[in-house]
Write a new protein. Structure first.
Length: 34
């Protein structure tokens, strides 16, 4: 299960991507385990 910090970072990153901000990708966990 995701921790609250991981959930917050993922939602913030997704929101920034929806706003057209490419830096939102930095907040998403793109690792193989993610």
């Amino acid at each position: 299960m995701l921790s609250s910090d991981e959930t917050y970072a993922s939602l913030t990153g997704a929101w920034r991507l929806m706003l057209g901000k490419a830096d939102g990708l930095r907040q998403l966990d793109l690792s193989a385990d993610g």
